[in-house]
Ligand binder design. Sequence first.
Ligand code: UT7
Length: 324
Amino acid sequence: MAQIYSRIMATGSALPERVLTNADLEKFVDTSDEWIHSRTGIRQRHVAAEGETTGDFATLAAQRALDAAGVKPSELDLIILGTTTPDIIFPSTACLVQHRLGANGCAAFDVNAACSGFVYALGIADKFIRSGQSKKVLVIGAETLTRMVDWTERETCVLFGDGAGAVVLEASDEPGIYATCLHADGGHKELLYNPVGVSVGFKDEPNHGVRIRMSGREVFKVAVKTLDSLVEETLAAAGMEASQLDWLIPHQANLRIIEATAKRLNMPMDQVIVTVDKHANTSSGSVPLALDSAVRSGKVKRGQNLLLEAFGGGFTWASALLRY
Ligand code: UT7
């Protein structure tokens, strides 16, 4: 029997209209554009307006991907949405988006793998397609991370933004996704987490204690080391050499982390898609936002090999090597 691959038909993305620059932040936090840019590469981030939700951006990104693919929502077999900021506790945001698209009836679920959410969702979707279970799958990464930001805490509030990206995958005889690698190590929970929730309970604090806690320097060190071994593992799983890669499309948390991974792969920065300057860290939104911007700007072309990777709270880390 011929091998089934999953192939990206098209991409889409959506961002909040409101842009908050580093200069805007300087007005209410003790920080500077110089500090933020030199440490992270970030110049600005998009921030959801009151009332705008993760599902709003996810739906718009999905509609744009479906339009570009020429696929009707009713043709979808499955929707997987990576997020750590769902609209409500349940139903899942995937179910809310499914109904808004008019794709009612297909399977739909969320994946919470923090910043690796989209790449995890892509890996799961690939398994559904390879097994013959699904033919057309919508994969989304969407977040309103600024809902978990304490705007008085300069260590974290300068780092995050909101937005969503999506891809439509289809079953194909031709690659497609060559390999995906998914990992987690819950032993590092304390370095990057949000300590409140339904089961543990909430705190008598502003925003009920919903706030990102991060030991930035430690996360940075583990991220660089882990991504180094992840990219090696992914190349080996796909049976490829780094020299065969056309583009690195990394998680957009910190330009210095991205540069370290590019160096490990011996790839010049002009083969790396960088959007952290404009979007900041949008968690699950970051990789599909970067991918869509690269596709729509004409940088990424059909037939090119792309390495997608992400690292985030959990810790979780994940990658996909694919031919676009
Ligand atoms: O997406 C999930 C994964 N997350 C990440 O990958 C994030 C990984 N970590 C990082 O990106 C970096 O560690 C940060 C950007 C968070 C921080 O950069 P850093 O170079 O590790 O700085 P630091 O935390 O060591 O802080 C250095 C100094 C401190 O002052 P002292 O103690 O040296 O006097 C901080 O208080 O910078 C100070 N600082 C700031 N100054 C101005 C921290 N935040 C700010 C700020 N503006 N916003």
